[in-house]
Design a protein around this ligand. Structure first.
Ligand SMILES: [Zn+2]
Length: 338
């Protein structure tokens, strides 16, 4: 489904209406690729698979669609022209890999819809899950800190040398390419600070980006984003950008989400988006997830009704969530009382 330009502000609302009020976002992509054996210990993280195993990326997208996702997020989170160049790839090769990340997600959507049209069953023989459904492809943009791959993605501390202009220049070409890649929207994910949110908002306006975007922030205390900037200030930046069609939180432990939804709603009427991680913590130094207060799928899913009641309308999962998590979210959201 394509979005008309010029009416971006209502488009997510229209999509949500057509989905029955709530939409399911997919789950962790990189961590799911790892669960399937990919070695992502690399500055490109999941984008490494764009080079080494695109078929695996497509398979994970398909798994999420079969689990009930309405929105799948491309493997471009840590795909940057600068990162590809550091690997010895040319500018053209880098640009084509960025486009490829979205093309893979679109292929998965086509395959899924084709299968659904033919009425085939999923592995469990379950006909109701594999039904025709509205599906959007979101092109992921990870932060400058994600590109640095030095942990600053989780601290939001870039130092004084990094200015608004540095960030805009860093992201500009990638955003332009992804905006013309066939994606329905851009997912600015795991935003660690106010400065980067501002850079994205200015880029969207200055470059006259023709597809809408969502802004999703990262918090580790339920009050502020990871840099210490207030969630309300960050969400206000998203609120005042006309191309932004949803505002929310991702890759944050489930236990903080409820309060964060409330803080965001105080400053915006745009749809609220949440896709928390499993609750485990990423140790950037050891490059490992450590099980601090992690919740199993059942634990995660017990929150979903509360997030919906608090006003979240797009719900999914981030790192270490799986197609099982998404299947359970999808069930919970489709069993609502109204
Ligand atoms: Zn994550």
């Amino acid at each position: 489904m394509g979005f008309n330009t010029g009416e971006q502000s209502t488009l997510m609302a229209d999509f949500l209406d057509q989905c029955g009020g709530h939409a399911v976002v997919d789950g962790g992509l990189a961590t799911e690729l790892e669960r399937h054996g990919a070695d992502l210990n690399d500055p490109l993280w999941s984008a490494k698979c764009l080079l080494s195993s695109p078929h695996l990326i497509r398979r994970v997208h398909l798994d999420y669609l079969e689990a009930g996702a309405n929105i799948i997020i491309s493997a471009s989170y840590q795909a940057t022209l600068q990162g590809f160049e550091a690997k010895g790839l040319s500018r053209e090769e880098g640009e084509s890999l960025l486009r490829r990340s979205v093309a893979i997600a679109c292929e998965a959507r086509d395959i899924y819809l084709d299968r659904a049209a033919k009425g085939s069953l999923d592995v469990a023989g379950n006909e109701t899950i594999l039904k025709k459904r509205l599906i959007l492809v979101a092109a992921s943009v990870g932060s400058y800190g994600a590109y640095l791959a030095d942990g600053s993605e989780y601290s939001g501390v870039y130092g004084d040398a990094v200015t608004l202009e540095t960030l805009k220049d860093f992201h500009r070409r990638r955003v332009q390419i992804l905006a013309e890649s066939g994606a329905d929207l851009i997912a600015f994910e795991t935003i660690p600070n106010k400065l980067e949110a501002k850079a994205y908002a200015e880029l969207l306006e200055e470059e006259d980006i023709k597809i809408p975007a969502w802004f999703s922030f990262n918090s580790k205390d339920g009050i502020n984003v990871v840099s210490g900037d207030s969630v309300s200030e960050c969400a206000s930046i998203a609120d005042s950008c006309k191309q932004v069609v949803a505002v929310g939180i991702n890759c944050t432990p489930p236990r903080y989400i409820h309060g964060l939804i409330q803080s965001i709603q105080k400053v915006t009427t745009k749809p609220v988006l949440v896709y928390p991680n499993s609750g485990e913590t990423y140790d950037a130094y050891r490059k490992q997830w450590v099980p601090t207060n992690g919740v199993a799928d059942e634990g995660f899913v017990s929150y979903v009704g509360k997030w919906r009641e608090a006003g979240a309308s797009l719900i999914g999962g981030c790192c270490r969530t799986t197609p099982n998590t998404i299947r359970a979210i999808s069930k919970t959201l489709s069993c609502r009382a109204d």
